[in-house]
Design a binder for this molecule. Structure first.
Ligand code: HAM
Length: 433
């Protein structure tokens, strides 16, 4: 094995190498225009969460691996970034933020008054095969509510998700709500042993009916019972589809649909086939999809679940969701939604070198008044400076010339219309505002 390069070797390599380092597979750089757009929409979501009285939290980007293994079983290790740190601890980059949020609740918030309404935004990491809309580093905007097991609690979370999607201005999407208990009961009462349930649910989640049938046949489940299960999986529509099932779970979904209707959430469908990949859900489950995205069309997923007791806390009712931030932005883009960056309010252009210090004073004065302002620091000639003002999307150019300064004035050009006029320095702030 060749010896490990020393720090000096690496430094020299970085000076002399022809290799251009790219960002790792499945990750992206966000340039300023894109970042401005992302921050804008992130804040749209943040505002909606606050309007619903959810409060922001943040947990570490890495956690003890055990947290995710406890939640999803050891197979999760194939799908996440897990490693030993220098102290020999098993650490994983978070693949999602529900388990961390509930760990935080158990550690630090279990005595707080309920309901607890929390939201978060941040990056998650999954060792996936990257493609459009599927990344190894991606961002989720999510919410978790810890409260009482009732329809109003679930409705609060679904209404929040629906309002967020609406607030972003996405037009083509579907929100489908189901109850994991309906399929679970049906499958177990058909005779499937409970330890085989996840395997069957997984096939149904992926709509792999031939595989599911073979699996059920192996467990001696009759063809008729299998057909009934498949029929329920394909049942989608308004509240009336719940008439097909008469059990506690269907009654709960009916009540939930009633609360959502009262809250004005009218863009939902009942879909008894929503299974959700993660296996910790215990009650309602819901997903939102944007058909324009093709294969990776799921933009939001959630449901009610039971995790707290697994992490050493009391058993509590919790329900939540996460929006795939990257995917929903992609869907908005596909629908042709344009984002206009703000640009800078004022770009200060010194006409000659002898007024540079005066121009610096003016730019500082504008900034101290809260006006976003920039100045030519490349020592360009005026014409080039004006070109640059246009390129950085300045609303106004503030042209600082000796003659104008002698009269305590500057020339302000509206970069949109091209109109320009000379104004007194003490009127500049109010004009730019
Ligand atoms: P999830 O369905 O695994 O649920 O992820 C939520 C959303 O994150 C997905 O609907 C999708 O939009 C987005 N997403 C997932 N993987 C990727 C990826 N590789 N690249 C881009 N976007 C992705 C959860 O994570 C649960 N914690 C949601 C939840 C909260 N359930 C209850 N509370």
């Amino acid at each position: 094995m060749p010896p490990c390069p020393t720090a000096t070797d690496l430094l020299l390599l970085s000076y002399h190498s022809d290799i251009m380092i790219q960002c790792p597979r499945g990750t992206r750089d966000f340039l300023p225009d894109e970042m401005e757009r992302r921050r804008y929409y992130e804040n749209v979501l943040r505002n909606v969460a606050k309007i619903f009285n959810f409060r922001e939290t943040a947990t570490p980007i890495f956690e003890e691996t055990e947290l995710f293994v406890m939640r999803s079983g050891p197979n999760i290790l194939n799908e996440i970034y897990a490693f030993k740190d220098k102290g020999g601890r098993d650490i994983a980059l978070r693949p999602e933020m529900t388990a961390p949020a509930i760990r935080m609740f158990v550690n630090e918030m279990s005595n707080e008054p309920r309901p607890l309404k929390l939201f978060y935004f941040g990056q998650c990491f999954r060792y996936e095969r990257p493609q459009s809309g599927r990344y190894r580093e991606f961002f989720q905007f999510g919410a978790e509510l810890i409260g009482n097991a009732n329809a109003e609690t679930d409705a609060e979370v679904i209404a929040l998700a629906a309002s967020m999607i609406k607030a972003l201005g996405l037009k083509e999407y579907k929100i489908r709500i189901g109850h994991i208990g309906i399929l679970r009961n049906m499958i177990t009462s058909a005779g499937v042993p409970s330890d085989k349930l996840p395997e069957v649910l997984q096939k149904l989640d992926k709509k792999m009916y031939d595989d599911a049938r073979t699996l059920l046949e192996r467990m001696n489940i009759s063809g008729d019972a299998a057909d009934n299960i498949f029929k329920i999986t394909e049942t989608v529509g308004g509240k009336e589809v719940l008439d097909l099932v008469s059990n506690e779970e269907a009654a709960y979904l009916r009540e939930l649909a009633g609360v959502l209707e009262a809250m004005g959430v009218d863009d939902i469908e009942i879909d008894l086939g929503v299974v959700r990949g993660l296996d910790y859900y215990t009650g309602i489950v819901f997903e939102a999809e944007a058909p324009s995205l093709g294969a990776e069309k799921q933009i939001c997923g959630g449901g009610s679940y039971s995790l707290s007791e697994l992490f050493g806390g009391e058993k509590v009712f919790s329900t939540g969701f996460a929006i795939g931030f990257d995917r929903i932005l992609l869907a908005m883009e596909k629908e042709g939604q344009k984002f206009e960056g703000r640009g800078v309010d004022a770009y200060v252009v010194p006409v000659t070198d002898d007024v540079r210090l005066d121009a610096s004073k003016i730019v500082s004065m504008l900034r101290s008044e809260g006006i976003s302002a920039d100045i030519d620091i490349m020592r360009r000639k005026m014409a080039k400076s004006m070109k640059h003002a246009s390129a950085v999307n300045a609303k106004y150019a503030v042209i600082v010339g000796r003659n104008e300064l002698n009269e305590n004035s500057v020339t302000v050009r509206d970069m949109g219309t091209g109109d320009q006029k000379m104004i007194k320095l003490n009127e500049l702030v109010s004009l730019l505002r």
